[in-house]
Design a protein around this ligand. Structure first.
Ligand SMILES: Cc1ncc(COP(=O)(O)O)c(C=O)c1O
Length: 440
């Protein structure tokens, strides 16, 4: 007992204990992971799903619950990084997929559902006069950016330091050596003055500014309305294409964060839940830009993609938006998220602990850190090991979430699920109180 308390006063040994416990509890996941490393680099084919000491192998899901191959049950607060909005077994989504399956896979033609899904998303998101579909958020951003470059005849792209737009658009720290080889100008999120200066400095070469209206992967940091408004005015003035990456944020209100702020970008990119939980990407916006993809034009830009109108995705997506995630549901669902976030912050405040939950509505991130968080720079002081410890401790309590501390709600979650989660966080704060107070 004495050793346990002593070890709990040191972050490194608390983490070592948590890893040891995790390893003991998950022999089947470990065995599968070890096997996978022989044929996949690091036993992994999607970096963000990896965590140490080894990731769990998930066997199945139902509603908002998951089971791993060692037989543990979790409430799923990872929510497939926001794509899992509908949960794992929504009957309306399943029926739509089954109906589509019955009529055949990969038909290789225009289908009956793609225009329906297009109408649904165009009706929802104010900037979308026209939309095209693809297979991922990354691909959507790639097409939006090359369209902006072709439209303006300019080269450079402004991004936010710490932003994320897909596997080849990673702007944390020094970025990534495998980023798409564009000429990027990096600016500081929510820095109105500095960003305006940079836009003016590069205006003649600047094709696009791309921004997440709330950074998702960067830590659920919301953009100030004034910052987005400045981007809208400055890009309009200088003929730069403003792109809102709403791959994650489009679910936060019935009309995304562009609707919440009343700010209409030139192009918007979509992904995640819009495909009903299946592979999806979408990009769209002003007809003047998008209509260059019209194949009837002699000067049309080509937009290929074998699975762009995949009938399973189109069907699941259309059923989801029309019958499940209606505007009313989007409002009440995100209000529940706001309430949960306030409750979690109050738990930390009551204990005087430097733990905060940032975000909007149904998406939030936990940070063990003092002080305001308005841009990824503010997270530089954060010790990454807190996220590791929080993650393993929550897994130990039956809650599956993202290693970086991102928490995403899904529609099947009941009040009892949210109460249970809040209780688990409260217990964690109490268990780790001395450690947090001493170390953060
Ligand atoms: C804001 C944002 N843009 C783009 C992407 C990339 O989407 P995908 O993983 O579907 O390629 C993500 C994925 O997390 C994202 O959060």
């Amino acid at each position: 007992m004495t050793t346990a308390i002593a070890r709990n006063l040191d972050l490194a040994s608390a983490l070592a204990d948590a890893e040891e416990r995790f390893t003991r509890a998950n022999p089947d996941s470990k065995r599968r992971y070890d096997g996978a490393t022989k044929v996949m680099p690091g036993g992994n084919t999607r970096t963000v799903l990896f965590f140490g000491p080894f990731p769990l192998t998930i066997a199945r899901g139902e509603g908002c619950q998951l089971w791993d191959t060692d037989g543990h049950r979790y409430v799923d607060f990872l929510g497939e990084y926001s794509a899992g909005l509908y949960g794992h077994s929504n009957p309306i989504i399943r029926a739509a997929i089954e109906r589509a399956l019955a009529d055949g896979i990969a038909l290789g033609g225009h289908n009956k559902v793609e225009a329906e899904l297009a109408s649904l998303v165009c009706a929802r998101f104010p900037s979308l006069e026209r939309v095209r579909f693809c297979n991922s958020g990354t691909e959507a951003n790639l097409f939006a950016l090359v369209a902006a470059r072709a439209h303006t005849g300019r080269n450079k792209i402004m991004v936010m330091q710490g932003g994320y737009h897909g596997g080849v658009f990673y702007f944390s720290g020094d970025g990534s050596p495998i980023n798409a080889p564009f000429s990027f100008v990096k600016t500081r999120y929510n820095d109105i003055e500095g960003t305006l200066k940079l836009i003016e400095l590069h205006a003649r070469d600047l094709a696009a500014v791309i921004v997440e209206p709330m950074m998702g992967g960067g830590g659920c940091i919301a953009a100030d309305a004034e910052f987005l408004r400045m981007l809208r005015e400055a890009t309009r003035k200088h003929g730069v294409v403003l792109i809102f990456d709403e791959v994650m944020t489009s679910r936060l209100t019935p009309s995304g964060l562009q609707g919440k702020h009343g700010i209409t970008p030139d192009l918007t990119t979509l992904g995640k839940y819009i495909g009903g939980g299946l592979t999806f990407g979408g990009f769209g916006g002003r007809a003047e830009i998008m209509d260059r993809f019209d194949p009837r034009r002699p000067d049309a830009w080509p937009h290929a993609g074998t699975f762009n109108n995949n009938i399973l995705t189109m069907s699941a997506g259309a059923a989801g938006l029309s019958q499940v995630y209606t505007p009313e549901v989007a409002v009440s669902f995100n209000a529940r998220g706001d309430k949960l976030r306030a409750r979690l912050n109050a738990l930390a405040e009551k204990r005087g602990l430097p733990v905060q939950f940032t975000g909007i509505g149904s998406m939030m991130t936990v940070h063990v850190l003092r002080g305001a968080i308005r841009s990824p720079d503010d997270l530089a002081r954060k010790d990454k090991r807190w996220a590791d410890l929080f993650h393993l401790d929550m897994i130990g309590r039956g809650y599956y979430l993202a290693r970086r501390g991102m928490i995403t709600l899904s529609l099947p979650m009941t009040d009892a699920d949210l109460d249970g989660f809040a209780q688990a966080i409260e217990d964690w704060l109490d268990e780790r109180r001395d450690l947090i107070a001493a170390g953060a």
